[in-house]
Design a protein around this ligand. Structure first.
Ligand code: FAD
Ligand code: FES
Length: 273
């Protein structure tokens, strides 16, 4: 893990509210698919804390890009950083999507909205490892799908099931509908599901995976304070196998952000997400 003052190579607006940030880190890092960074616009005092963003692409040992949605003060401040500006970066953080040993197997990747940022490199690596990948991509609208870089996923040439909430592109409805059909048709046999997206989507994916007895991994997007295990601000309740009603907690930043879906106490965490 390094803490560095990175230089902004570009911070391109893809559409209002969505940006692609490319950083020159000045130090080498080795990033695996699914890992994230804590970033903060150096020039802005507020907010004090860095924000978590998944590493979208690795262009070289010092050159990474991040796909982000401008939601609140942290990402707003980031969106204001111009070329040659400075970004405080702590990375790489968290665990990564487990890929080893999956050669010749099947993978089902589910990307919901800006959750796509966590799974592009996963898709690339699975394909390179000769895994048979089926991609499910869901977004609110055609516009949102474009902002979440559907084109980058299309370039991979993977079988793709596409849904939008408003039906402006692909099938109308949630991405869980074609996923469920796929599993019902036997598509889950020998497969692992990798999912990243809104909490409700991941919970639904976890339930469907359990129903069809398919291994499922989810990358959780808990609000984070430090990003490296100290503040305990990112905990989620997990199953322990202990007495009913007793929960254990895991830190999303250091124990995750990727967890086996069946370990998460979805109903408990739903109250805090
Ligand atoms: C491991 C990890 C990886 C992430 N990767 C990405 C990424 O690649 N791209 C990206 O755009 N975001 C990503 N996020 C989410 C991002 O860190 C949060 O959205 C962050 O809180 C934004 O900071 P902010 O200061 O702009 O907004 P905040 O001030 O924190 O929040 C602004 C508003 O957005 C809402 N909000 C906060 N977090 C979320 C969320 N996760 N989903 C929906 N609404 C939310 C809040 O309730 C509030 O209304 C990731 C989060 C984690 C934990
Ligand atoms: S964000 Fe501080 S412990 Fe996880």
């Amino acid at each position: 893990m390094i803490e560095t003052l990175a230089t902004v190579e570009s911070n391109r607006e893809l559409a209002p509210g969505y940006r692609l940030l490319t950083l020159d880190l000045k130090e080498d890092v080795k990033v695996s698919p699914g890992q994230f960074a804590m970033l903060k616009a150096h020039a802005s005092i507020e907010p004090l804390l860095r924000r978590a963003l998944a590493v979208y692409r690795v262009h070289g040992p010092r050159r990474l890009s991040f796909l982000y949605q401008v939601l609140g003060r942290g990402t707003e401040a980031l969106s204001q950083v111009e070329e040659e500006g400075a970004v405080e970066a702590l990375l790489p953080l968290g665990n990564s999507w487990p890929i080893e040993g999956s050669a010749g197997q099947r993978a089902i990747v589910v990307a919901g909205g800006i959750g796509s940022a966590s799974v592009l490199m996963l898709c690339e690596e699975l394909s390179a490892s000769h895994v048979d990948v089926q991609l499910f991509f869901g977004a609110a609208s055609e516009h949102a799908a474009a902002c979440c870089r559907l084109e980058d996923f299309r370039t991979l040439g993977l079988p793709l099931a596409l849904t939008t909430d408003d039906g402006s592109l692909g099938e109308r409805g949630f991405v869980t509908a074609p996923l469920e059909r796929h599993l019902r048709d036997g598509g889950g046999e020998g497969a692992a599901i990798y999912a990243c997206g809104p909490w409700a989507m991941m919970r639904a994916v976890a339930e469907i995976a359990a129903q069809f007895e398919v291994r499922c991994l989810v990358s959780l997007e808990a609000p984070m304070g430090c990003g490296f295990g100290v503040c305990v601000g990112c905990v989620v309740a997990v199953k322990t196998g202990g007495p009913l009603g007793y929960d254990s907690y895991k830190r999303v930043c250091t124990d995750g952000s990727i967890f086996p879906a069946e370990k998460i106490r979805w109903e408990v965490n739903a109250m805090t997400q």
